[in-house]
Design a protein around this ligand. Structure first.
Ligand code: IPE
Ligand code: IPE
Ligand code: MG
Length: 250
């Protein structure tokens, strides 16, 4: 955390209204590139640059957890060349960014079935996780070969096996303890770029009471200023969680 309360106010934010957990569907890299007459790979590269600023601001503003969707289970349907580009970018990303992330005390974790990726990708991700495991700053979760339905089935299976060993049925707590996001707060704010208004198999369970924020901008155009807009919008929402706010009661 870097910004004081006064600095946050200059951004139009207040400390109490900073979401604890932000999730982002970073969509539109391909269309961003195509619109410029460039290869889709150029869009993915530009997407990495956009992510850097969003991580930095999240960390500086005191967001506790940031979960970003980088590759879905369904993205395996993409042409092998595009998957290859994404793998190469991942390796490059960790090589280039790890020092700054570590200096800023960011704790990196991947969520999803990492074993599907080539060895060198797995190694890059695991090294980043190990190197930053003790950091106490922003909890950065990168969803890689992640699908929420697969996550839910996996958690259900692990929870029922563990409970069966103790001769009981699994509880909600058992289930949640086996999600990839165990121990993290519920998602407060979900952002999706590129104009699509769908969840695409991301954090279905964890989004139960998340505020949803959609923007038509493609991910590479999602700057810190745009992030601020989303955070200010979030700060102005009345979250009821099924109950009533003081204003509703009046
Ligand atoms: C998001 O951008 C990144 C990944 C899914 C890996 P897309 O690649 O989906 O870009 P569009 O949606 O085709 O523009
Ligand atoms: C969601 O984007 C996955 C990521 C951003 C990694 P997609 O581009 O895969 O989603 P759909 O296919 O448009 O729903
Ligand atoms: Mg897309």
């Amino acid at each position: 955390m870097k910004y004081s309360d006064a600095q946050l106010r200059e951004f139009g934010l207040t400390r109490e209204r900073i979401p604890r957990h932000v999730a982002i569907i970073m969509d539109g890299n391909g269309r961003w590139a195509t619109a410029r007459g460039q290869m889709r790979s150029a869009g993915h590269r530009a997407g990495v640059n956009a992510l850097r600023d969003i991580i930095r601001f999240s960390s500086d503003a005191g967001v506790e957890a940031l979960t970003v969707y980088a590759f879905s289970t369904e993205n395996k349907k993409r042409p092998p060349e595009e998957i290859g580009v994404l793998c190469a970018l991942l390796i490059e990303y960790f090589k280039k960014e790890i020092d700054e992330l570590d200096e800023n005390r960011v704790r990196i974790r991947s969520i999803g079935e990492l074993n599907w990726f080539p060895e060198n990708v797995q190694a890059a991700v695991r090294n980043a996780e190990i190197r930053t495991a003790k950091n106490e700053g922003l909890k950065l979760n990168i969803a890689l070969n992640y699908g929420s339905q697969a996550e839910i089935i996996r958690a259900m299976q692990l929870a029922s096996m563990a409970a069966a060993r103790e001769g009981r049925v699994p509880t909600q707590a058992d289930f949640e303890a086996n999600l990839y996001t165990a121990g993290l707060p519920e998602v407060d704010l979900l952002i999706r770029t590129s104009g699509e208004e769908r969840i695409s198999n991301f954090l279905l369970y964890q989004l139960a009471y998340a505020e949803l924020y959609f923007t038509d901008l493609y991910w590479p155009d999602f700057t810190k200023e745009e992030y601020l807009k989303a955070l200010r919008d979030f700060a102005g929402r009345a979250r009821r969680f099924g109950g009533l706010t003081a204003k509703d009661r009046a």
